[in-house]
Each structure stands twice: as C-alpha cells, then as structure tokens.
Design a protein around this ligand. Sequence first.
Ligand code: HAM
Length: 418
Amino acid sequence: MSELRHPIGTFDVLAPDSRRWEALLAVFARVVEGAGYGLVITPTFEDLQVFQRVGASTDIVRKEMYDFEDKGGRRVALRPEVTASVVRAFIQHRPTTPWKAWYAGSNFRYESPQAGRYREFHQVGIEVFGAADADLDVEVMALGWEFYRALGLRRVELMVNSLGDATCRPPYRALLIEYLEARSGDLCDEHRDRFRENPLRVLDCKRPTCKAVAADAPKQVEHLCDACGAHFARATGGLDALGIPWTLATNLVRGLDYYTRTTFEYAGLALDSAQNAVGGGGRYDALVEEMGGPSTPGIGFALGVERILMACDAEGTLAAPDAAVDVFVVDFAGGDAARDLTAQLRAAGVRADRSFDGRSAKAQFKVADRSGARLALVVGPDDAAAGTVMIRPLTGDRTQWATPRDQVVAEVARLLGS
Ligand code: HAM
C-alpha cells in the first residue's frame, strides 16, 4: 500500500512548531479582546449560497471553492473566507450593535499551491457591524498593526485605498470601462474578454500587460463623492494621529467584491513579493443588506497565519515558546509511584511527565533529559521500601537527595517557585 500523505496544498503542524501557532493565537486574542471583541465560532461549511452571494464574480468563489452536494442532496461549500459566514451569523442572530467579533480558523481555496499559498490555510480576523464611523476604520487598521507589532514584526507596510460607495463607484466604474475599452488590446487574455463584467479586477491583475494598463488607469480615490472623500480623510488622518505609517495604494481592490470605502492590506516586506500579503480587509457597508439582512455597515480584516509565521521567520521573531514540563518522574520500582506522583504533581499545578511500559532506569533518564524538565523525581526499589523519593536536578550539579514521599510534592513546588 502506498504511504498516506496529507492532501496537496495542506500541511501538518507538529510540536514544537505548533507552539508558535498557539502563541500567535494567544497574542491575537489578547490584542482584540483588549479592544472589546468577542470570539465568534461559525461552521467550516455553509450553504453554497452564503458564498455565492458575497463573490459571484470573483475567482475565489467562481473557480476556487470546494463545493459539493452532501449526502442529503444539499449544495454546501467549505468556507473560502470567514466574513460571509459572520455576516450570515449576524443576520441570523441579530446581536446588539455595534457587534465586534473575532475569529480564528481554516479556510479552503482550490489554488495552485506554492510557498505562502495553500488549499487549506488559516486566518485570524475581526468583523464589526453597525458603525459607519471612520474612526472605526482607524481602530480596525490599528488593531492589525498592533498585532503584528506585538509579534515582533517590524517590516510590515499598511497600504490603504478607498473604493467609494453606491454614489461614486458607478460613475468611476463607467470611467474605468471607458479607459479599458481604449486599451483593451493591451490587456491579458482573461481580462480582454472579461473586463466589462468587473473592471476593477484588472487593477488587481498580476500579469505585466494588465499592470502596465492599470498604472495609468483612473483612480477611485480621485473620484470619490464628498461623503466618501471626507470618510477617507478622517480614516487616514486617524492613522496619522496614532502614528501608524501607511501608504496610499490607489490600485488596491482586493480579491473579494464586497468592499466599499476604506480597503487595506498589510504587506510583509521581508517576504517574497508574490505572496507578501499578510492580511487585508475593508468596509463592506452594503453586504449585510445584500445578503438579506437589515441595512448595516460593516468592516473587518483577516490575516493569514501561515504567511505571518513566514514573516516571523524572515524577521527572526516569535520563537517557539518553551513548553517543557517541570518535572519528570523516573520510576523503576514497579510504576505505582510514577502513576500516583505524576497525578499529584499535576493536581498541584506542576507540569509533570513520566515514562510507560516499565522501561529501564537508563532509558527513562534519557527521556527525562529530552523532556526539558528541571527536576527528576526518582523512585527505585529501595526508595519505595523506605517511603522516600530522590529529587535530582537535571541541570548543573546533579547531586540528588532523599525526601519523604508525603512531602515531595510540596518540596517540588517550593523548589520550582524559587
Ligand atoms: P483575503 O485577502 O482573501 O481576505 O485573505 C486575507 C489573508 O489571508 C491574505 O492577506 C493572506 O494573508 C491569507 N491568504 C489568503 N489566501 C491564502 C492562501 N491560499 N494561502 C495562505 N494564505 C492565504 C479575506 O479573506 C477577507 N475575508 C478579509 C476581510 C475580513 N475583509 C473584511 N473582513
């Protein structure tokens, strides 16, 4: 039988690497919960319509979705992103607004796998519903920024754009189509045929031909209505006020279609530029209503865990935290002491481990050394008979001493505390 492996475009994370994931999630939770966000957990799959409604004309939804019919004949899809699910949950449960939610979890996109681009990848993110205030845009962008800083990343660039709203987007779109009509011969094959359907996608196309056309295209930020212009000025002014550096990225349109007004991306400058987006987001003031809910403004971001960890590697930050146990119980007197002592230590809050299968004292000491524990508690036949336990430091001077069995847990706690 051939060896079983994880599917293409996915990966396994084992300790100690997985400890970095735990650390990253803990930092994210601390940053966003400190700003009033509460964890939301939604299903990993949804009715296909949930995603079709958010991005019918995007590649993410049209070409890359893992959708299938379940055994009950329902059309479902593994989520390609979380925003649509959170909007669906908001509409279903109608929490009091402003509703501030955060999440962490897997997403699935059938993409060509490469470094930093996977078919199952992980995001942490936030979404806020029910506040149109540009100062909320500042809060959201600042929280992403703070999170990267808290991880120790220094080479992250915040790029900001505005995509206007229902007032100024349609005339801008018409202007862009007019410009692209005149340059259609210079577009890549895909966009030469499709640019009328979704002209903004051309601005996001990575092919050199489209890039050249996009460089001279009209910019939405230069064609904002008064309200969107004022919103953008307040949002970007807020970043300045907080001392958060940002750059204007006039062609930043993002890969999903629901955005209005402020849109942004964080680029990891230490990463290869092809996959250097370590996060992105923006406002989606029309989305809740488009998905069948009450008219409610929304904004959020999602940050890619794998890419953030790659950026941490490149910047030499976020080492795997030490998760060594404190104590290792070495028992070659039958196993009762290992069973009972380990349980008592754990109950007293001491991180403790042991060997199984009655291995030799030598083998057990080898595992004890590998465990990273500071102390070994050693019970041989003589100790068991005398009702004592040997305490042996596993670093420095390894001289051991005997302690009465009924005092050893308190003694260990005292030693570890000091
Ligand atoms: P997105 O730009 O599609 O936005 O994804 C956000 C981040 O997820 C990207 O910046 C990247 O770090 C990571 N990412 C995306 N695709 C992959 C992949 N195939 N492999 C590895 N990492 C990936 C969204 O998903 C929106 N829901 C963000 C949002 C939230 N907008 C408003 N609220």
